[in-house]
Design a protein around this ligand. Sequence first.
Ligand code: SF4
Length: 279
Amino acid sequence: MREIHVDHVVQSVRDLCIKANTELGDDVLNAFHRALETEESLVGKDILNQLIENAHIAQDRQIPMCQDTGLAVVYLEVGQDIHVVGGSLTDAVNEGVRQGYREGYLRKSLCDPVTRENTGDNTPAMIHYDIVVGDGFRIIVAPKGGGGEMMSKVVMFTPSDGLEGVKRFVVNLVKESGGKPCPPTIVGVGMGGTFEKTALLAKKALLRPVGSRNPDPQLDSLEKEWLAEINRLGIGPQGLGGRTTSLAVHINTMPGHIASIPVAVNLQCHSSRHKEIEL
Ligand code: SF4
């Protein structure tokens, strides 16, 4: 059985926290460039150019691309044939976050919901475990900023609401959010499952590369239709008007109860950050 020492996990999570906050993915940068070709608003174009410049400065100087360095969302895909040795896996992830946020000079953005006291080290991480077949071990770190998270929602629809009702909900949510989630956004949509599963489907939808097609042709066509409608809202980059309100709509589904259609929308701001490693 393959063994992975927790020290390896600590180091990897530390590095991923810093890298995710300083290096914007090429998929997002390419989407900014594509948006420049279609954006009609001069202010919108200016903001898109600033976002591109900001991303280059952050990478060159290894400084965060945004002051809101987010909550540390960590996905672990752990092979069922892996043996983790040397201590607790959860503790190792939190230690990696602690070190990454301290050594990368990243803002600690986590506080107690009742006392509002900052936890001081950006832990606990929001960890999601998946047990997978084989002996692989994948870590994904996706820092999540406050703006996009604040405007996200879960709603339980009935089957009679249909896809039209779901589309209205998604488009209206983006409309009512305006500039608050720091557009251009990526709109992660979860449909099906249960109340909690659909929220995770929506969040995981944000990991798909921007510009990629949904492998399900029906969902792919819904994504294109909903994105076109969203980009007709006129919210634009940073909410100051324009065609580029969202860069993508990503839909994730799973079967759910016959009585309901749980739907979640998790908005992702333009600082769309996630990095991963396979150990
Ligand atoms: S929502 Fe995103 S872009 Fe806006 S402040 Fe937070 S991390 Fe930065």
